[in-house]
Write a new protein. Structure first.
Length: 145
């Protein structure tokens, strides 16, 4: 590889890592209400494509589900977003209760469930604030949590 090309790729990797570090540092300066508002805003503005939802679980998520979840488990999915993992888990036969603060993401998830003839309870709010079902077997934090 040419020196210039290798240098540019190296600089891009460095900048990408630096960006993540600065994003986390900036989030660390927020007060809880500001952080919550940012989380809601991010997921209200995030428009997952139908293809992204239909893609389902990532390979490593499939492995975790296969290894640690039982078909009769009552699963709490924290941060269900627009439904990529929620739809996939419900389609696999799990009884899922989802928690998600973003109203638009919840509507998207409900639409994707309905199109497939599936259903799940979605509790709107932050996990630390909502009343949860009395019996849960497994708690799963979505990939972006």
């Amino acid at each position: 590889m040419r020196f210039v090309t290798a240098s540019l790729f190296g600089a891009a990797r460095f900048c990408s890592r630096a960006s993540r570090v600065f994003n986390h540092l900036a989030a660390g300066t927020l007060r809880i209400p500001e952080l919550r508002a940012g989380i809601e805003r991010t997921w209200e503005e995030f428009a997952a494509s139908d293809a992204a939802i239909a893609a389902g679980l990532m390979d490593w998520e499939e492995d975790v589900v296969r290894r640690f979840l039982n078909r009769d488990d009552r699963v709490l999915l924290v941060g269900s977003g627009p439904g990529r993992d929620l739809v996939a888990l419900v389609a696999k036969g799990f009884r899922v209760t989802a928690v998600e603060p973003a109203r638009r993401a919840n509507a998207t998830a409900m639409r994707h469930l309905a199109v497939r003839g599936l259903s799940a309870e979605i509790i709107e709010g932050f996990i630390e604030d909502v009343a949860l079902p009395s019996r849960l077997d497994t708690i799963v934090f979505s990939y972006c949590c």
